[in-house]
Every structure is written in structure tokens, then in C-alpha cells.
Design a binder for this molecule. Structure first.
Ligand SMILES: [Zn+2]
Length: 109
């Protein structure tokens, strides 16, 4: 019997900055909202075209250098968009490594 919900099979995405391959939820998903603005799809619930990026400002910079975001999302990147996204990443509000942080915090006492 085929079970499509099997957890063993999951999609692999790669970071548009460094090319690292991992589970999509380890990345920040960038997508376009209805106003053609770049947004972070925090809940992974927005459909449409998406670009995956490590929650790391250096990967964002790499992606920007190669114009990867606008290529992936088929949109013209405005400076304000870049600024908005980079600020969010720098602020570290997307704590994708929560589990790791919990584990690490133990060693700090
Ligand atoms: Zn990366």
C-alpha cells in the first residue's frame, strides 16, 4: 500500500546562496506576496514560487551578488526589499535552530 504521507520521504531544497542542501524547513523560504513584494514565508504555507536561503546573512549576500533571488522568484529586487529581508535575517528572528540552541544551552549551564 502506498502511503504518500510517509515521513521518510521529504523534499530537499538548496540554499540559493551557498548551495547547501537540506530539508526545506531548515531554510528561510522567500516568496512573493500578492503585492509583488518579497516576503519571508515563515509558516511555509504560501504557495507559488519560492527561494530557499540559510538563515544566515552571508548566504543572503552571496545570493544577492549572483542575482539569485530575483532569478528564482522572477521579480525585480528593489533595494527596500533587500533591506527588509536582510534586517529580518540579521535580527535573527527566524530561529530555525531552536532545538540546537536548547541542546547547546545545557552546556552553558
Ligand atoms: Zn546557504
Amino acid at each position: 500500500m502506498l502511503n504518500k504521507k510517509s515521513k521518510k520521504v521529504y523534499p530537499i531544497r538548496s540554499c540559493i546562496g551557498c548551495g547547501r542542501k537540506d530539508h526545506p524547513k531548515k531554510f528561510i523560504r522567500l516568496t512573493i506576496d500578492k503585492n509583488c513584494d518579497i516576503v519571508i514565508d515563515k509558516e511555509f504555507k504560501m504557495g507559488g514560487r519560492g527561494a530557499y536561503l540559510c538563515p544566515d546573512i552571508s548566504c543572503l549576500k552571496k545570493a544577492l551578488k549572483r542575482n539569485k533571488i530575483s532569478k528564482s522568484l522572477k521579480v525585480d529586487l528593489k533595494d527596500e526589499m533587500i533591506e527588509k529581508i536582510s534586517k529580518k535575517i540579521e535580527a535573527g528572528i527566524y530561529n530555525f535552530k531552536i532545538k540546537e540552541k536548547i541542546n547547546k544551552s545545557k552546556s552553558y549551564g
